[in-house]
Design a binder for this molecule. Structure first.
Ligand code: PMP
Length: 364
């Protein structure tokens, strides 16, 4: 029997919804003042770096990591103030946790709902996992549109809702009462994503025990550990023991476990850096609001969203002057002419501000 040869190509085999995606874009940044990814700009004190060097030199990297990350979880608990009875699940960054959640809840036809503009990975991971994504627009000042969100919840019956608190890329903290109303109205699971908790004035961790359908996700990326890739999900055992089944056994390596455990024992150092970043945010915000033609939006995170005429040209002007920020123009319509700058060190921010002013002057 003769068989017809079939040509196997990525296009013939890969799911169309994956082919339609654009990979998450990370631009090259070597040599730039890097203010595009919400990293902590500060180094650790020399003595602590020395301790880390010893610790990593002695690490058993020939062995698999502790799959349960027992020590690390104890250290996370000691700095997090979880309500009693609450458990933790660890991720290789919180991105991975978003994926675990979506994988778990992706029954055929299930909806993942979020607001827009918000963190782009919610929508991307909905596509990875075959969930139907619904994005409810925020209001013009980037607040929650509570009525529109409640209507969408009633209509779409989402299995999974993500609310970034504070929100990325807008930087604001949603009204807590509106978030509570959304949790109460949702027939599915609500995940409050507190990636920027270290810079914010409120948290839903104290409310975990009050709602059966609430989990809180955090990352240590913005607190000075972006390179370690470590995030966690906090919530009841009933949820987490199911989600644990989807976590790959060794997702947090030996070195991240050791280093993060050590750093969390020096949490005061990280918190002091976060405090400096908050003070610098206030200063940066006040200078930005004096620049003619710039409208900066309030922030409870370690970045500031601002609108400026000819944003893409300004973004390119900054790049030519050696400063890399994030261009949001051309993405979501609500972000027309918007740029996002991470709060850096005072020296980095001075370079950013000078480059911004020069780029604006050049285009005037
Ligand atoms: N959630 C939000 C709202 C974010 O902005 C980010 C990072 N940009 C993440 C989650 C993911 O962070 P990570 O994977 O570094 O933990």
């Amino acid at each position: 029997m003769s068989s017809v040869p079939t040509i196997v190509t990525p296009q013939s085999l890969i799911r169309p919804e994956i082919q339609a995606l654009h990979a998450y874009h990370v631009p090259p940044s070597v040599g730039f003042v890097k203010l595009d990814a919400m990293e902590n700009p500060y180094f650790l004190p020399q003595s602590l770096r020395q301790e880390l060097a010893q610790l990593t030199a002695d690490a058993a990297i020939n062995r698999y990591p502790d799959a349960g990350a027992y020590d690390l979880k104890l250290h996370i608990r000691s700095v997090t103030n979880l309500p009693s009875g609450m458990d933790l699940l660890l991720g290789n960054g919180s991105d991975e946790i978003i994926q675990v959640l979506a994988l778990a809840l992706a029954k055929p036809g299930a909806v993942l709902l979020s607001v827009e503009p918000s963190f782009v990975m919610y929508k991307m991971i909905a596509a990875f996992t075959g969930m139907r994504y619904v994005g409810v627009p925020l209001t013009q000042d980037f607040s929650l549109d509570l009525q529109a969100t409640l209507d969408a919840i009633k209509r779409e019956q989402p299995a999974l809702v993500f609310l970034a608190y504070p929100n990325n890329p807008t930087g604001n903290l949603f009204d807590a009462e509106a978030v509570r109303r959304i949790i109460e109205a949702t027939p599915g699971l609500v995940v409050v994503d507190e990636a920027y908790y270290a810079f914010a004035s409120d948290s839903f961790i104290p409310h975990l025990a009050r709602y059966d359908n609430l989990l809180v996700m955090r990352t240590f990326s913005k607190l000075g550990m972006a390179g370690l890739r470590l995030g966690f999900l906090a919530g009841s055992k009933a949820w987490l023991e199911q989600l644990e089944k989807l976590r790959l056994p060794y997702n947090v390596g030996v070195l991240p476990q050791l280093v993060a455990s050590k750093l969390l024992q020096h949490h005061d150092v990280l918190l002091a850096q976060a405090e400096s970043i908050k003070q610098e945010r206030t200063r940066l915000m006040s200078v930005l609001s004096t620049i003619r033609g710039v409208k900066a939006f309030p922030s409870e995170a370690n970045f500031i969203l601002f609108r400026v005429a000819k944003a893409t040209q300004i973004f390119e002007g900054l790049k030519q002057r050696g400063v890399l920020i994030k261009n949001l123009n051309g993405g979501h319509p609500a972000l027309a002419d918007c740029l996002r700058v991470t709060v850096g060190s005072p020296e980095e921010d001075a370079k950013f501000l000078a480059a911004l002013q020069n780029s604006i002057n050049q285009l005037a």
